[in-house]
Design a protein around this ligand. Structure first.
Ligand code: UD1
Length: 420
């Protein structure tokens, strides 16, 4: 397994172009299953996860081709099975459930199984499909769903906010007969991006971005070309990289309205945030001030930036309380940060971080994507050489990470094939 050797202590300075959003690209690609035409997606990041989705769509029989950052999806489904071997690699595979059911009246999708960040069930996805008239059974580790006469518009009330279940329901309801009302939906920018793409394909969706979405079903979806929004989590990660190294980074394509919660907190730590037309400049010097955060669904502080922000708080002046409310068990980075000298106490979903003047270099490894990058950030801020292993997690969510950071002065290189 590859690892990254990082010689930290260099303030990062320069410009990073933020790639297309992984979490927008995945549901958009799944929506390709629902069209009778061709969906052309632009700005699709080159990542292990988007590649896994390409493989999954091809497994269903779709014609998928990639040219640089453009991905074209067309053809017809010949196989409604999403097998365990593919789904276990990427939980977002469950996003094929809605489009398969809506267009083909049947789907067989493996349950994703355990996951490093909590149990992450799929009950809300199933509940949404049932509210749209599907008959769902769980058997042999699979979700087996049928809607022989097609899905019917209905009222779906989500007891908790789920990004993925909202997306599945939106795609499914777009092809259901009649009108659907989705209540207590996720409001993430990726939801609006999906709604805009589906509307370009001929769907009739309104209310996206609020907590209630209305969808008038149509008979079929057609051709569309759609550009994936910039990755707000990648942008937020680099904003924290500037803050933790006392650097000065221009994040090209980053959008303020996608990052309000993080940027407000970054300013409270003492950094300067300058919003420009085509991106955001983040400048910092000296030690950050400690700030408390609580993760929440959008527009709250994103859980996908919690680990990175914790790395920043490890070197802050003062103590910070970090509350994780979206996922249980999302503190796997804590023992690894502690190996670098961080002082963190976890009690349930709350971590108390006592900031240190500096961390010490150490070999570390991580168990999920955002935890991995938090260790990279900690290493970038630490004098001496650290080694972050198991970086295949990083390849799931950060394209060209070494080039992007290297061009801003980071001293890091990948060591191939080392057993992590
Ligand atoms: C998406 C993101 C992920 C992010 C998360 C929360 C993608 C591909 N991934 O994941 O990066 O961390 O949103 O912002 O977009 N839940 C249930 N039952 C369900 C579904 C979810 O109880 O059927 C729970 C989850 O366990 C979790 C919470 O709801 O505690 C939120 O999960 P959800 O919003 O569904 O996350 P994902 O869509 O999987």
């Amino acid at each position: 397994m590859d690892s990254l050797k990082i010689e930290g202590g260099v303030p990062l300075k320069g410009r990073i172009t933020v790639s297309g959003a992984k979490n927008a690209a995945l549901p958009l690609m799944a929506a390709g299953l629902a069209t009778s035409g061709t969906l052309q997606l632009e700005n699709v990041p080159r990542l292990v996860d988007t590649q896994s989705m390409e493989v999954l769509l091809a497994n269903h029989g779709m014609e998928v081709s990639r040219d640089g950052l453009n991905v074209s999806i067309g053809g017809a489904v010949t196989n409604i099975d999403a097998p365990y071997e593919l789904v276990r690699k990427m939980r977002a595979s469950v996003l094929v459930l809605g489009p398969l059911l809506a267009r083909y009246g049947a789907a067989r999708v493996s349950l994703p199984g355990g996951c490093a960040i909590g149990t992450r069930p799929v009950d809300l996805h199933i509940r949404a499909m049932q509210a749209l008239g599907a008959v769902v059974e769980l058997a042999d580790g699979y979700i087996q769903a049928r809607a022989p006469g097609g899905l019917k518009g209905g009222r779906v009330v989500f007891p908790n906010v789920s990004v993925g279940a909202t997306e599945n329901a939106m795609i499914a309801a777009s092809l259901a007969k009649g009108t659907s009302e989705l209540v207590n939906v996720a409001r993430e920018p990726e939801i609006s991006d999906l709604a805009e793409c589906l509307n370009a394909m001929g769907a009739r969706i309104t209310g996206h971005g609020s907590d209630t979405i209305m969808i008038e079903g149509v008979d079929e979806l057609g051709d569309a070309t759609h550009r994936v929004i910039p990755d707000r989590i990648e942008a937020g990660t680099w904003a924290i990289a500037a803050a933790i190294t006392g650097g000065d980074l221009f994040l090209e394509h980053a959008r303020r309205r996608h990052l309000d919660a993080l940027l407000d907190v970054i300013v409270s730590t003492g950094a300067t945030v300058d919003v420009r037309e085509d991106g955001i400049q983040v400048t910092a010097s000296g030690r950050p001030r400690a700030v408390d955060i609580t993760t929440d669904p959008f527009p709250g502080f994103p859980t996908d930036l919690q680990a990175q922000f914790m790395a920043l708080m490890c070197v802050a002046e003062g103590s910070s309380r970090i509350s994780e409310t979206v996922f249980e068990n999302r503190f796997m980075h804590v023992p690894e940060l502690a190996r670098m000298g961080a002082d963190i106490q976890v009690d349930g979903g709350v971590a108390l971080v006592r900031g240190q003047k500096s961390l010490t270099p150490a070999p570390v490894m991580a168990t999920d994507l955002r935890a991995s990058v938090s260790l990279v950030l900690a290493a970038l801020a630490t004098e001496g050489v650290s080694e972050v292993s198991r970086i295949y997690h990083l390849d799931r969510g950060y394209s060209d990470l070494e080039d992007k950071l290297g061009s801003c002065g980071a001293r890091l290189h990948r060591i191939n094939g080392k057993d992590g």
